[in-house]
Design a protein around this ligand. Structure first.
Ligand code: UD1
Ligand code: UDP
Length: 351
């Protein structure tokens, strides 16, 4: 069978690594990199570290408004699909690259395989929510990471080929955590002591594009005296520069460039707490059993909220500070599968 996989943003490279490894044991795969993320530390580093095969096509779409970025991808992916004639088109998650791939294939009657299907925040102001809903509704195979995702699809009357295989991000963590422990020098590089720092990641548009929310979030960071390390996403960096906000006055804050996956796993597993608005990072905090504080109004990863493993706080300054300071004793369940989601996906397609 011939697959075309469309990926373009950081979390998709990480999700594609275990699936691509498994898929290529039986099938032909061509990788299309849309170029949505293009900085070396947002793209190339993941291909190198995770041994993801080099993309067969790079569309170099770069950054633009939603319509322009998605539209350019759509036109170029269509051309590739017309000439390559794959049996399946495979996409991950909920970015503009996901939507463009799914839409291009569906219109050409090429079956779409959606990995990480069925997630919902029920907030259509998030671009990710639009991308997920649209993609799920044109997909032929919907591989879900959790039972909640299955339920969400059933509630939207999608029943055919809806399968809970577990989370491919859990596969990736299981595969790489030992290697990360052995090879990463990130703690030494930044003078960090295990469990004596908080890890921050903030990049979602709903936060970064709202100056008021960013001021609240940064106000909270100013009140948290402990060491905080923040590999800053380029979107956030550019937005803060645009607002004229300087981070120098925040005590004990170490702003660093985005890091590779192995360094990120090391930062996560050694953090005292993780403060994030990322989807993937909320889950990784759960996998590594590190308490998480999520700076968002909704999360699609509702399982993580049980027993305060993850506290959803929104952007109120005081609520963020209280959640970070709160002593929690979470219990963790195996709700994201057994680390074999990629194997199950390939098996399901074979059947
Ligand atoms: C995208 C996804 C988001 C996901 C995130 C993962 C959409 C709508 N959003 O958001 O769901 O959580 O990726 O990280 O698809 N930039 C650079 N260099 C890069 C990439 C981006 O400087 O290599 C800057 C540019 O200023 C750009 C901004 O980041 O305008 C935003 O990039 P974009 O790809 O549009 O969205 P993300 O915020 O990265
Ligand atoms: N990540 C990384 N380096 C960083 C920040 C994040 O490798 O500096 C990884 C993280 O471990 C997770 C993924 O990127 O696997 C999450 O992507 P991101 O937060 O950009 O997007 P989201 O999951 O919110 O869509």
């Amino acid at each position: 069978m011939k697959f075309v996989t469309v990926i373009g943003a950081r979390p998709q490279f990480i999700k594609a690594a275990p699936v691509s490894r498994e898929l290529r044991k039986e099938h032909e795969e061509l990788i299309v990199h849309t170029g949505q993320h293009y900085d070396a530390n947002m793209s190339d580093i993941f291909f190198e570290e995770l041994h993801i095969p080099k993309p067969d096509f790079n569309l170099h779409v770069g950054s633009a408004s939603h319509g322009k970025q998605t539209g350019e991808m759509l036109a170029q992916i269509e051309e590739i699909l017309l000439s390559e004639k794959p049996d399946y088109l495979l996409v991950y998650g909920d970015t503009n690259s996901t939507l463009a791939g799914a839409l291009a294939a569906a219109k050409l009657h090429i079956p779409v395989v959606h990995i990480e299907a069925g997630l919902r925040s029920f907030n259509k102001k998030m671009p990710e929510e639009i991308n997920r809903i649209m993609t799920d509704h044109v997909s032929e195979y919907l591989f879900c990471p959790t039972d909640t995702a299955i339920e969400n699809l059933h509630n939207e009357n999608i029943h055919h080929n809806v399968i809970n295989v577990g989370d491919v991000m859990f596969d990736a963590v299981e595969y790489n955590k030992k290697l990360a422990n052995e090879s990463s020098k990130i703690l030494e590089e930044h003078g960090l002591t295990s469990k004596e720092f908080h890890l921050i990641t903030i990049h979602r548009a709903e936060n970064t594009d709202d100056q008021g929310k960013m001021k609240e979030i940064l106000g909270a960071f100013s009140q948290i005296e402990e060491v905080k390390v923040w590999p800053i996403h380029p979107r956030t960096k550019h937005k803060l520069e645009g607002y004229g906000i300087n981070l120098d006055s925040i005590p004990n804050l170490k702003i660093i460039e985005p890091v590779g996956y192995l360094d990120m796993l090391t930062l996560e597993s050694n953090a005292k707490k993780i403060i994030t608005d990322s989807g993937g990072v909320q889950k990784e905090a759960y996998f590594m059993q590190v308490p998480c504080v999520t700076v968002r109004e909704q999360t699609e990863w509702v399982e993580t909220l049980e027993s305060e493993a993850n506290i959803l706080v929104g952007t109120d300054q005081q609520k963020i500070v209280e959640a970070v300071k709160k002593e929690v004793s979470p219990t963790y369940k195996q709700v994201f599968g057994d680390g074999k989601a990629s194997v199950k996906i390939v098996e399901a397609i074979r059947k």
